[in-house]
Design a protein around this ligand. Structure first.
Ligand code: HEM
Length: 186
């Protein structure tokens, strides 16, 4: 869009949202795999609660991210990218952006079919929206699981891209998402 705001680097709001989302997702994915493969008991219940709570935080961050993009814009694609690299990075970014909305919604919906609401850090509870139907839960939980593994693969390629740009191409792509140097720092 021609009237889109194009700052040279991401806004502070976008940077905060990006790194907080990364932190949450890096706990949620291993936590999700761990909790589904461990013995039943109070520890498993706690990890489930944390997984769901941080999942809701990711959704809130995703909504805030869209608002920040609209308000402050995003930098233009780096010119040094080849057309193939640009297509690949857009595909990975859009898939990740879609998944940070889809995964929490799927999680809340499937928990409802399991017969539960979602307590968020014990602070408030999202109510159960649908009547309990375990066969529906089983299908949605399988989809949630596979999308979780897809998300892990996308994050690895996103991370690989950042490493390549920083250490091989040295084209400053990662710097656009890092905290701005303080005055006096290079
Ligand atoms: C960005 C957000 C989320 C990500 C990336 C994510 C990822 C995952 C992963 C990787 C697993 C393990 C799958 C497996 O090994 O089979 C899992 C399981 C699970 N997640 Fe999430 N999750 C997210 C949000 C949520 C939310 C918000 C809820 C509920 C409110 C939720 C509820 C569950 C449940 C109940 C399971 C166990 C499914 C089963 O019975 O197999 N998740 N999630």
């Amino acid at each position: 869009m021609s009237d889109q705001i194009r700052p040279p680097v991401y806004s502070s709001a976008s940077k905060w949202i990006h790194w907080l989302t990364a932190l949450c997702v890096l706990m949620i994915i291993p936590g999700g795999i761990l909790m589904t493969h461990m013995e039943e008991g109070p520890l498993q219940d706690q990890i489930y609660d944390l997984h769901r709570s941080f999942g809701v935080v990711v959704f809130i961050l995703a909504v805030t991210r869209v608002a920040a993009r609209k308000a402050f814009g995003t930098p233009a694609p780096v010119e040094a990218l080849t057309p193939l690299e640009r297509r690949a990075s857009v595909a990975v970014h859009h898939s990740l952006l879609t998944l940070i909305f889809v995964m929490p919604i799927l999680g809340v919906v499937m928990t409802s079919f399991y017969g539960d609401g979602v307590s968020v850090f014990g602070l408030f509870t999202l109510p159960q929206m649908f009547a309990k139907k375990e066969p529906v839960y089983d299908v949605l939980a399988a989809i949630h699981g596979w999308l979780g593994y897809l998300m892990a693969a996308l994050i690895l390629s996103h991370f690989g891209g950042a490493i390549m740009h920083t250490f091989i191409k040295r084209d400053g792509v990662l710097q656009r998402m890092l905290p701005a140097p303080r005055k006096g720092q290079v």
